[in-house]
Each structure stands twice: as C-alpha cells, then as structure tokens.
Design a protein. Structure first.
Lengths: 93, 586, 209
C-alpha cells in the first residue's frame, strides 16, 4: 500500500500546494480578467484542492474501488439532482 | 445424513458478559445483541401500528359520515382531520414500515443469514434503536401539544407547513420535524451497520452470489435510503428555520421557492417507498422457495433487477409533481423513467410466480400471506403505471385513485409481507410455534377486508373524488360516492378487528406455543442451522458455506432441502448443484 | 473496544486475514466510516445545491456578499487546511509509533480547530453588530445555515480529536485505539473538504457577479 511511502515531507508538500492554490484562487478575484474566467478559476481551484485532500490525506488513491464508488456516487447524485432542478428553481419562468 | 463442515475462526471476545450474567437492563433494555435490538424495533413498529390503525379508523369514519361524531371518539374538526391524515401517513411510513421491515427483520436476519456473530457495530446498533424510541415518543407527544399534531400532510408542503398561522398549530409541526430528523438519523446509522456487515462479515464461502436474496434487498434498500435522505435533511433544517427563526427559504416573497421543498421531499420520498418495498419483496423471496420446495427462480436476474430498480428509483421523483407547476419539460423524462422502473419490478414479480410454477406448494400461514401480498401488490403496481404517465396523472393526481394505488402497494408489502415474515421467523425469534389456525383466520380476515376497503376507493378516485377533503359530499358530483365510502369504512373496521387473532396469537404463543425445533420449515438459509432462538453470538463456530440458499428439490437429492452448510459432496447432486449455482440464470 | 475493527496497523497475519473471498479487504471500521461520509456528502451537497440554485434564480446577492470579509475567510481556510496537515501527521506518527509526536499533532489539530471556531465567532459577532442576521435576506439565511452546520461538524470533530488526545496523553490510545485516529482523520478531512467548497461559494464567487 502506497501509504507506507507517504512521508511527512510528502504531506507537507501537499499542504504547500494547497496553500498556493488558496492564494491563486483568492487572487483571481482581483485580477483584471473577465469575471467568468475568474469564476472558473476559483471553482477549478476548489476542485483541485478537494481532490488533493481526498486523494492524499484521505488516502483514496490507495483504497479499494468500493471506497471510490462510495465517495463518487453521492457526489454524482447531487450533480444530477442539481441539474434536474435547474429549470424549475434556477431558471424560473 | 448431511456432513456439516465448520471452520474454526479465531473470534476475539465480544460483549463484556463473558462468563458473567448481565443484568436485566443490560440484557433486555440496553442490549447490543442484534436479535434483541430487532425485537425492540418490532415492538416500536407494532405499537405504532396500533396508533396508525386507530387514526385510520377515525379517518374512515369521518369520510363515510362527514360531520357526524365518530363512535368511540366524538366529533372531528376539519383541522383535526388534517392532523389525522398527516399523522397516519407519517406513522405508517416512518414508524411502522421502516422499523418492522428494516429495523426488525434486517437486524435479526442479516447477521444470521451471512453467518456473523453480530452486526459490525453493535453499540451503534443499540444507539440507533434508542434514537428511534426517542423519535417515537416525540411524535406521540405532538398529539398533545397546544395546536395539535402536524397537519400539513405527511408531505409537509410549504407554505402550509412553513407558516404556523396557516395550520393554527406551532409545536405540532416543529416536533414532527424533530421526530423525523431523529428517525432519519436512526436509520442512517442502521444502514451503515447493514451495509458494512453484509459486505465485510460474511462467513467463509458466503460469496455475494450465495447470499440470500433478503440480504441483497435489505442492503440495496439501505443504500438508496442513505443516498436519498441527505437533501431532505438539509431541506428539513431549512423548513425548521423558516418556522422557528423566520427565514424565507420556501417563501417566494423573500427569494425562496416552495417548489424547492417539493423537489427535496420527493427526491427522498420516492426512493423511500422502494426502501420499504424491497425488504418486503425480500421476505417474500425467502418464503416462496421454502413453501414451494423449489429454488427461487432467476436469482441473479433478481439481484440485477434490484440494483437497477435501486438506481432508477433515485431519478423518478418528479412524477409526484406533474401538476405542481414545475417546468413541464421535466415531465416527460421523469414519466419515461417511471414507466421504465416498472420493468425490474415486473421481472421480480414474474420470477416469484415462476418460483411457484410446478412447485410442491403448501399453504401454511407465511405462504398464505406471501400469496396475498403478491396478488395485491400486482394490482398496486399496475395502477402505478397510470399515475406514472404525466398525462393520465393530470386527472388522477390528488384523487383517491392515488390513495388506493399506494395502499395497494404499501399495505401488501408492509402488513401482509410483514405478517408473513413474523409468522415465518416467529419460531426462530421466540422459540415457539405460532398457532396455525389463528394465523389462517388472521390471513382470511386481513386479505378479504383489505381488498374491500380499497377497491371502492379506486372507484371513488376514478370518479374524481379528491384526497384530504374533510367533507367531500358538499360537492354535488361527489354525493353519489358516499355508499362507496361507507362500504370502505365498514370493511376498514372489520379489517382492524381482524387483527385481533394476530395480537392474541403473538402473545399467547410466546408462552403457550409448542417449542420450536431448529428448523421447523426445513429451510436452507443459515439462521435455520442454529437453535430457536439463537444464543448470544449466534454461531459457536462460524459456519463454512458450501452452497447457495435455494437448493430445494434438486435432482438426485435425498431430502428436498440442503442447508447452506451442507457440502455438495454429501448430497448426490454435487455436480448438478455446482452447475446450478454457477449458472443460475433467469 | 470493538473487536470487529480491523485495525490498519495490525500485520496481515493469517489469523487476521479475512477468511471469505469477499469483494473487499477493507477494514470494517473504515468501510463504515466511508458509508457515513457518503450520507454526509448528500446532506451538505443538498444544502449547497439549494444555495447555488436559489442564487442563480435571484441573481442579485452581490450587495450582501460585499459584507463578508474575504480576508478572514482566507485566513480561516488556511487554518483548516493546516489542521488537515497536522491531522495526517498525527496519523503518520501513530503508524511510526512516535508517541510524543502524536500528542503534539493531535494537540495542534485541536488548537487549530478551536481557532477556526473563534475566528468564525468573531465574524458572526461582526455581522450581527452591522445588523446582518439570518433574517437579513436569502444570502444571509444560507450563510448562517451553511457555516453554522459546518461549524457544528467542526465542533464534533474537535471533541473527537480531543478525546483521542486525552487517550494519547493517558496512554490508553496505544491499547488498540490507534485505528480511531485514522477514522477521526477521515472525518476531519471531510469537514475540511466541505469548507474548501463553502469558502469560494460564500466569500469569493459573489464578488464576481
């Protein structure tokens, strides 16, 4: 299991990436770029940060497929629910 | 005659009472033994069914003779009538169906059927049943608060449920929300136990394809409950905030949307009915092979159908909202998915009928109830297809057709299926045989009067009779329907009285019934290989599983059954049995 | 103590190896915890979805959003990310049996968690002083609801971590409770991930509209 190879230094490296991404995401709000691009950057950053934590701190990268499914299916379901509700709630006539 | 191979597995000592007898409280009240917890769930479910049944009596009496005082109760005001229908639905779905089908049977059977000594997390299990007890107390308490119990329907749509002055009650709905939240927590915790135990604590040789179908259906039900309840938990907190704090999550004037609640509620509410239906099917699929002395037809197909039905159930919810004013473009996709979901259920029903085909059928009480459930559910399922069509639903929505449809699905599953399970596993749970005679009387009364209650209601619905109306006969076009309501009410009273043989049987047999053998029904699954009732820890040594659960009357066998621990070499059918287990197809 | 918890630290000797040809060799406790997290994903996910949907419908919460301080938000995010680091370092220390390091890192995690709550409390106090309560509009209702629910989860995590810290200090943690550090960690990281999404939703995205 690769968790045996994850050293303290590795975890600190990940943390450094997380902090860096935090800086980028927050800075993007104030840069002179189109608002839509900034929005995409901000949420892309959030997703990458989440993936870093989930893969490396929660060790999902070393886990059985079943754990992946247990984590992924709810996320997918929320996405489906949100999309299904868009016409009704978000884009009200 | 059969060689039973067992494997000694090093099991660390569990439960503090190694060598010392636990006190009464530790053994019966605060027990971590899944069998005791199951009986506690059963007790909650059966007690709440009395309350639910009584609300049903009051509702039916009111509908047959509106405005007249009800015998044994008195006058029912319109607001009180709304509280009755609300609480009837809430109690039956959340405090009867789920505790009995999931809490009681799931807890009792899953460890036994997979060959485990207990659930994966026994202390969490105990916590879950106690949370349910607290939730039940809170719900019953809500009957007695000023303003009365919740009265916005079991579906609790805002703004009726969000603005206290609309229902005239305040604490009623608040307590209702709290009780529901606790019930959700109880079954979330329980679901974690069920899934983990079935996945991880199976005995050696108990591959997934040798698991009894009941376990498959219970864990699928647990999974879809887990996946669907979250958004409603969020939504309920929002509704409670609207009521207690004055936020406007569902208030259009404040930027909210009442339709949001409907979506959140039914996103859970629809999978919820399959959470209830699947375990009921599971019980039927355990009993049918035993009393037909035939393997369950189409084991793998049933498993695949169950999983597909589980997935589909999560994407059909808006068929409850066709006339809610939601975006009409959503109607067609949801309608299509709803019609599609009838396919896996049809497959399961056909597989059950095929199991009966050319079997050596005997009509003990469990089997009678299963047959009654199967035939009645058929009617319920078929009428659901009409409601799934977005166009037909325009006329049928909120009519008694819907009420009859869901009672024709829920009652057979919960009550007939539940009774089948209780009669079947009573010997295992309580160590005594229930009375066959009382059981058959109970079945006859239940089956006949159940149908007499709800067939008239289909007719009422088709004629345009709306639901949740306190005094329908104020409308001229509904006046001719009163005789139908009267028939239904008389039948309902007789149905309730018809439960007396069961109540007598249940308690008297516990002390006066003949002692049950280990395996009175000659069934294959692992729970029948231990004593009745099983000792604490279930199995002295974890059994080794040698075959699937439905090897009945296989060619070459001497007995017409073979316990799952029976080696295939011990029965002459080993070659055929292996083939059969490996290629068990539709 | 739950004998059924297959501790990830125990060597895979034949006696402890799962005897079934089961689909998984996942320790039971870990499986149970991930199933629990799946439920939590649905709860928070549902709430976040409602926020996004109503926000798109309203289109005009930018004026309210101006009153949340992005600097405090960024600080709190940094606090929580660091607490995730200290939590995983605690687990690594448990695996390497470095007992004083375990106490240090658990202690830091608890401290950072408390710091997060203190900062949040300071924020809430500031908002209330300016007159922004849950009744000040849909944005604020959601803000308090989501951060409040999150804060409750943080509190629960702090309590659990504190209990583990006490067990480590008293020495009882080493009698088989090591697996619990992993489970507490999984929960704590999950709480962090939720905040990773709440932060841009509540503090950043509305500045962009």
């Amino acid at each position: 299991m690769s968790v045996a190879h994850d050293t303290d230094t590795f975890y600190i490296e990940i943390w450094a990436w997380l902090v860096g991404l935090l800086a980028i995401g927050t800075a993007a709000v104030f840069l002179p770029i189109p608002k839509l691009a900034a929005l995409l950057v901000v949420f892309a950053v959030a997703i990458v940060k989440a993936v870093l934590v989930i893969r490396n701190y929660m060790h999902l990268k070393a886990e059985h497929l079943m754990i992946y499914l247990i984590a992924a299916i709810p996320a997918l379901l929320i996405l489906i629910m949100a999309i299904a509700l868009l016409p009704d709630i978000a884009f009200r006539r | 005659m059969e060689a039973r191979l067992t494997v000694a597995r090093v099991e660390p000592a569990e439960h503090a009472e190694q060598g010392t007898q636990p006190g009464f409280l530790r053994k019966y009240v605060f027990s971590t033994d899944h069998k005791t917890i199951a009986k506690q769930y059963l007790a909650v479910g059966l007690l709440m069914s009395l309350v639910g049944g009584f609300t049903a009596y009051l509702i039916r009496a009111e509908l047959a003779w509106p405005g007249r005082p009800v015998a044994g109760w008195g006058f029912i005001a319109p607001g009180a009538y709304m509280a009755l229908v609300t609480m009837h639905g809430t109690i039956m779905v959340f405090f009867v169906a789920m505790p009995i089908l999931l809490g009681a049977f799931g807890n009792f059977l899953i460890p036994l059927m997979v060959g485990a000594k207990d659930m994966a997390f026994p202390r969490l299990n105990m916590i879950s049943v106690w949370i349910l007890v607290v939730a039940s107390v809170i719900l019953i308490a809500s009957f007695f608060v000023p303003g009365g119990a919740a009265s916005a329907g079991w579906t609790g749509y805002p703004p009726l449920s969000a603005v206290p002055s609309y229902t005239g009650g305040y604490w009623g709905i608040n307590l209702w929300l709290v009780a529901l939240a606790l019930e959700f927590a109880s079954f979330l915790i329980g679901g974690i136990n069920f899934l983990t135990t079935a996945i991880n604590l199976r005995a050696p040789g108990m591959t997934l394809w040798r698991m009894p179908l009941f376990v498959w259906l219970e864990i699928t039900a647990s999974a879809i409950f887990l996946l669907s309840v979250g958004p409603l938990v969020a939504g309920s907190v929002m509704l409670l905030a609207d009521r207690l704090v004055g936020t406007g999550f569902y208030n259009p004037a404040r930027g909210g949307d009442p339709l949001l609640w409907q979506h959140l509620f039914w996103f859970f509410g629809h999978p919820e009915v399959y959470v209830i239906a699947l375990p009921g099917f599971g019980i039927m699929q355990e009993i049918l092979p035993v009393f037909s002395r035939k393997p369950m037809f189409g084991y793998r197909t049933i498993v695949y159908s169950t999983i597909i039905a589980g997935f589909l159930s999560l994407v059909v919810w808006a068929h409850h909202m066709f006339v809610s004013g939601m975006d009409p473009r959503l109607a067609t996709p949801f309608s299509i998915m709803t019609i599609l979901i009838s396919i896996p259920f049809a497959i399961m029903v056909l597989a059950m009928i095929a199991t009966l085909w050319r079997g050596s059928i005997t009509f003990e009480t469990p089997m009678l109830f299963v047959l009654g459930a199967l035939s009645s559910f058929l009617i319920g399922g078929v009428t659901g297809i009409f409601l799934g069509s977005e166009t037909a639903d325009i006329y049928l929505h909120d009519s008694y057709f819907v009420v009859a449809h869901f009672h024709y699905t829920l009652f057979p599953i919960v009550f007939m299926g539940g009774f089948a399970g209780i009669y079947y596993w009573y010997p295992k749970m309580f160590g005594r045989m229930p009375s066959e005679i009382l059981g058959r009387i109970h079945f006859a009364l239940t089956f006949v009067f159940f149908n007499l209650v709800f067939i008239p209601l289909f007719l009422v619905g088709f004629a345009g009779g709306p639901r949740r109306i306190y005094y329908p006969f104020g409308y001229d076009f509904l006046k001719p329907l009163q005789p139908l309501h009267v028939i239904a009410t008389y039948a309902a009273v007789l149905l309730l009285i018809g439960q007396l043989p069961f109540i007598v049987n249940f308690f008297v047999s516990m002390v006066r019934g003949s002692k049950a053998a280990e395996n009175p029904w000659h069934a294959n699954t692992l729970e029948w290989t231990v004593a009745s009732p099983p000792p604490h820890g279930n199995f002295e040594r974890i059994p080794a599983v040698m075959r699937g659960p439905y090897d009945y009357s296989m060619p070459g066998m001497v007995d017409d059954w073979a316990a799952q621990t029976t080696s295939v070499q011990a029965t002459a059918d080993w070659a055929i049995s292996e083939l059969h287990t490996e290629t068990m197809k539709e | 103590m739950e004998a059924e918890l297959e501790l990830s630290l125990r060597p895979r000797t034949p006696a402890h190896q799962p005897v079934t040809d089961s689909l998984t060799e996942i320790p039971t406790g870990k499986l149970g915890l991930w199933v629990f997290l799946a439920g939590e994903i649905m709860i928070f996910g549902g709430m976040i979805a409602c926020f996004i949907l109503l926000r798109i419908a309203a289109g005009g919460w930018a004026s309210d959003a101006a009153h949340v301080d992005w600097q405090i938000g960024t600080l709190n995010t940094l606090v929580l990310l660091t607490s995730s680091l200290t939590m995983i370092l605690a687990l690594a220390a448990v695996r390497a049996d470095r007992r004083s390091a375990v106490k240090l890192y658990l202690g830091l995690t608890v401290a950072l968690g408390l710091l997060f709550l203190v900062v949040k409390g300071y924020e809430y106090a500031g908002h209330f002083a300016e007159g922004y309560t849950p009744l000040s509009g849909m944005f604020w209702s959601f803000y308090y609801l989501m951060t409040g629910l999150h804060a409750l989860h943080v509190t629960g995590g702090i309590v659990v971590n504190f209990v583990l810290l006490m067990m480590a200090i008293r020495g009882t943690l080493w009698e088989g409770g090591q697996g619990r550090v992993e489970f507490a960690g999984l929960y704590w990281h999950f709480v962090d991930v939720v905040w990773i999404f709440l932060f841009p939703l509540l503090y950043l995205s509305l500045k962009l509209t």
